[in-house]
Structure formats: C-alpha cells, structure tokens
Design a protein around this ligand. Structure first.
Ligand code: AMP
Length: 329
C-alpha cells in the first residue's frame, strides 16, 4: 500500500520559480511513489482581497502549470479545492478544536498583517483550513517549502489532539522539505521569500515570464559589493542565485561554487538566467496548450475530485459523529 501524499498551491497569483523549485518539481518526482493528491487551493486565495476574474484566471493558470510541470493525471489526482465540500466542513470542525493563541502564533499571518491594509479573518484562519485539506485525505506525507513548516506543525497538533480526545481517527502527517532550494528568495529583496502574491514582480520569476523578461530580472538581481561567488549568510543575493543555478543544473552548492570560482557576477547571472529559460521553455509550451484547451483541464479536475470525494466525505462524517453531531441516517 502506497502512503497518501497531499500538497497544494493557492492561486493568489501566477506560480513562481519558488513554487516550482520549492514544491511542484518535487511533486513530479514523487507522484510515482505515493498515492498523490494535489489541489489548486482556490479557497485559500479568498483570504486576501482578489478580483473574481483574476482568481478565475489564476486558478486556471495554476492548474495548467501543474500539468505543464509534469503532474500526470494517470499517476496522481489533481482538482480544485472548492469542488470538494469536505475541505470547508472539516475546516469549521477544526476551528472548534484550535485555540486562539495557537492560531495567533503563526508567523506568516503576522508578516502578512504588517504588509496589508485589509486583513481578513480568513487569512488568520487559513492554517486551520490547510490542516483540514491535509487531514480529510489522511495524507501522511506533505511535500512543502520551508515557509509552510509551522502550518504543518499545526496540522500535526490538531490530528494528535483529535485522536487523544475522540479516539484514533487521523494519521499524523509528516512534512517533506527539499534539501536545497527549500526556500527561493526575492531577487530584489533576497531576505524575503519569492512570492506570487507580491504586486511588484521585479524580484519574482513567474513560470510564464518570457525569456527576455527572465534575463532582465536576473540581470537586475541584487548582489553585493564583494565579488566572490560563494553561498553564505552575509551574501543572500548571491546565495539565492547559486541555489537557483545549482537546483536547475543538478549540481550541489559546492559544485556550483567551484564552477564559478574566479568568475564575476555577470557570468553567474547569465548562466543562471540561461538555466531558468531552458527549464521553463517546455513548461511554457505545455502551459499554453492547456490554457487554450480548458475543457481538457476541467475533465481532469472532475475525474480527480471524483476519485477522492468519497474518502474525504466519509472522514468528515466520522469526525462529526465523534464530536457529538447527529449524522443523518
Ligand atoms: P503558496 O505559494 O503559498 O501557495 O505555496 C505553494 C507551495 O510552494 C508550498 O509548498 C510552498 O512551500 C512553496 N513555495 C512558495 N513560495 C516558495 C519559495 N519562495 N521558495 C520555496 N518554496 C516556495
């Protein structure tokens, strides 16, 4: 029996190189080894103000990029989160299992609260919905970026708490973090993660960016006044470029440092840009195909949700009953 794996990205924007290297690329490698379930976390996108047409377009684009990056519907399940009601239902039940102080400790919320003018309750609540996303499937393996570690801890805590209080019900999920490239940083502000939700995209490489745009963004990437090409804490910009380069060329950071020994930042930037453009070219061709063949995408999504709905819905019913709710017979 293969273990169940679950992961998702929220369509608050278009997928970035950070999403690819920190998440989707790993999903593609793991889809053979696990009972893999991936969703477009569209409900999570509503946690920040977003125009309906933008959300709609982003949701299509994220789904298309999942397929373009190599997720194969013959090997894994892919669906839109809002098509499976069990997510929100379990989310509410978990709201009533989570202490306010626990939710209030989430660093991602605090960071976002400082940046945003309009802070929605949904943004505060989203780690709890994320716990529901994982636990309705009894996912044991959750491949995510380093930025999601604290949220996964909450999911583990809630699963354990429920099991202790109401009897064995959930499997305890484990996070799977990529070794290098766990976190890709903004090219203009390399101490901040590269994020698809940023309005200013000058430091963000989108999977849909044209080659000339990619080259220009990497050329303008922040480095430092020193000239050595090494990975270290006091050189976040250079370290970020080395990380991207090494991930895309299957080199270790050490090998990448050796490759650039004695070279200048121009060479580092040019070769990093080339690696990004080469990697994204086939992805972009497939992406364009799916964005112009949406019916094919929707058929895949329908098939996907049908495969997991019964298990997830049953899980919610079990939880409701254990919590004392009367289930219709
Ligand atoms: P999100 O962008 O928050 O919807 O996250 C989708 C997935 O991409 C999660 O597994 C994140 O951990 C991962 N991810 C997002 N941004 C980055 C980044 N800059 N570096 C590495 N992983 C990332």
């Amino acid at each position: 029996m293969k273990k169940t794996l679950f992961s998702a990205a929220k369509p608050t924007g278009r997928l970035t190189l950070g999403n690819y290297l920190g998440a989707v690329e790993n999903w593609v490698q793991m889809q053979d080894d696990y009972n893999s379930i991936f969703c477009v976390a569209d409900l999570h996108s509503l946690t920040v103000p977003i125009e309906p047409s933008v959300l709609n377009d982003n949701s299509n684009a994220v789904f298309a990029n999942y397929l373009a990056c190599g997720l194969n519907p013959d090997k894994c399940v892919i669906y839109f989160q809002s098509h499976l009601k069990a997510h929100t239902e379990m989310g509410w039940l978990f709201n009533c299992l989570t202490h306010f102080g626990e939710a209030n400790r989430m660093v991602a919320f605090k960071e976002k609260m400082q940046q945003k003018k309009e802070v929605l309750v949904g943004l505060f609540d989203y780690p709890i919905l994320m716990a529901a996303d994982i636990l309705i499937h009894d996912a044991e393996v959750v491949p995510i970026g380093e930025d999601q570690r604290q949220h996964l801890e909450l999911a583990r805590t809630l699963a354990q708490r429920f099991n202790n209080k109401y009897g064995e019900t959930f499997k305890i999920p484990t996070g799977l973090y990529p070794k290098i490239g766990a976190k890709i940083y903004d090219l203009q502000n390399p101490t901040k993660k590269m994020s698809k939700s940023d309005e200013d995209t000058s430091g963000t490489i989108l999977l849909e960016d044209k080659p000339d745009v990619i080259v220009a963004k990497i050329k303008r990437a922040v480095t430092d006044s020193d000239t050595r090409i090494i990975a270290s804490n006091d050189k976040p910009g250079v370290t970020n470029l080395l990380t991207i380069y090494s991930k895309l060329t299957n080199k270790t950071i050490k090998e990448a440092e050796q490759h650039f020994e004695g070279a200048n930042y121009g060479k580092l930037k040019a070769e990093t840009a080339e690696a990004v453009v080469e990697t994204l070219k086939p992805v972009q061709d497939k992406f364009n195909y799916y964005m112009t063949h949406k019916d094919e995408m929707y058929a895949i999504a329908k098939q996907g949700v049908e495969k997991v709905a019964k298990y997830a819905t049953n899980k919610v019913d079990v939880v409701k009953e254990k919590m004392g709710l009367i289930c219709p017979k």
